[in-house]
Design a protein around this ligand. Sequence first.
Ligand code: MEV
Length: 437
Amino acid sequence: MIDPISGFSKLTKEEKIDWLSSTYLKDSQNAPQILKQYWNPDSSLQQLHEEFTENTLSNYYLPFGIAPNFMINGFRYAIPMAIEESSVIAAASKAAKFWGKRGGFKAEVLGTQKIGQVHFIYSGEKEKLVNFFRKVKPELLEAVEPLVRNMKKRGGGVTGIELRDKNEALGGYFQLHCTFETKDSMGANFINSCLERFAETFKAAAEKHEAFNATEKDIEIVMSILSNYVPNCLVRAEVSCPVEDLADHGLTGEAFAGKFVRALKIAETEPFRAVTHNKGIMNGIDAVVLATGNDFRAVEAGIHAYAAKDGKYTSLTHADVRNGQFRFWMEIPLALGTVGGLTGLHPLSKIALEILQKPSAEDLMKIVAVAGLAQNFAAVKSLITTGIQQGHMKMHLMNILNQLQATPEEKEAMVEHFKKHNVSHSAVEEALENLRS
Ligand code: MEV
C-alpha cells in the first residue's frame, strides 16, 4: 500500500522526481534521467515553463510545424501548428496549395459575443425577483466599473445582463445570463471576475431589499462562471470553385464533387461518422489553437456543443453543388485571444503570432477556422479517392522506423523502398529484417 504524501507541492522538482522514482518507477531506472533530459538548459526559460502550471517535473514536447501557402481573404499565410499526429500538417499544406490555385479561402467573423452566468437559487415570488433585478441592474454594472475600465478603453466590456428563469429544469433555479465583448483577449479571467462581482453585489443587495421577505432575501449563489459555449462568437470559412476544377485521381470534377457531397451528407446524418469527421476538423483547429497559446479544451468543448445544437450531433462542415459551382463551408464558435494568457508568455506562441502577422482575435478566428476546413477537405478527399491509409501510413513510416530503432542509413533505404510499396507495420518490419540480414 502506498502511503499518501503531504507537502508534495513544496518539494523541489528533483525531490519530486526522487519520490516518484522510489514510489512508482522502481523498475524504470532511467526514468529520472529521461525526465531531466527534457529540462531546458536555460534555467530562466525552464522556470517560465514550470510556472505555467503546478508540480512540474519536466517539459512535454510537441512538434511545432508550419503549413505554408494558405491564401485567406487575399493574404498568403504560413500557419503554425503544434501537433504530434503524422500527416496532419502535410494534409493541411496540400489543401492550402490546392485551394490557393482556386481562389483561396474566404473567412468572415459573424459575431464575437462571450457569455458568463451567475447561477443562483431563489425561493419566493417571481414577480418580486423581476422587480428587484430591474432595480439592481445599474448597481451591478457600477460594481464592475473598476474591472471593466481597461477593457472599455479597448472597445469591450459588459454588453448585457438578463435574468433567466430556469425553474422548470430545477426548483428555484435562476440565472444572471451575462454577455461580454472581450476584443483581442479570450477574456476568461475578465469574465469570471465580473461574474463574481455581480454575484456578491446581487446577494448583498437582495439582503437589503425591503420588498423581499426573509426567505426571499436569502438568495443562494451556486456558482459564477463563464460559458465555453459561445454560439454567437462565430466564424465562417468557405471555399468554392467550378466543379470541373475538382477532377482528381481519375475522377471527373463532377464525380469527385458528387462523392464529396455524399460523404458530407453521411457525416450530417450519421453521428458515428460525424464524430470522426469533426475529429479531423479538430486536428487542424487544435493544432493552431495550441501553437498560438490558446485554450484548446475550451475550443473543443464549445465546438462539439455547437455540433449538437439542434439536438443531434452532426457534421460541422457542409458542401453543395449549385449551377456548376462547388461550395464547401463551415461555421464554428471560437473564443480565442491574441493578447493575455499564454499568448504573450510562451516564447513559441509569441513566434506563432508573429508568423501570423500579429493577428487580432478576429483574424485568428478566421485562420483557425480555415485550418479546420482545409484539414477536413484533405481528409474527405483522401477517404473518397485513395483511402486514408495510403497517405497517412507514408507519413507514419518514420514513427514505425523509430519504433524499430532503425539507423539513419536504414531509414534512408526504407524511405526509398516504400516509395514503391504500401506501408504497414508488418511490411516495414519485414523489409527492415530483410535489409538487416
Ligand atoms: C484522423 O486523425 C482524422 C480522420 O479520421 C478524419 C476523417 O475521418 O474525416 C482521417
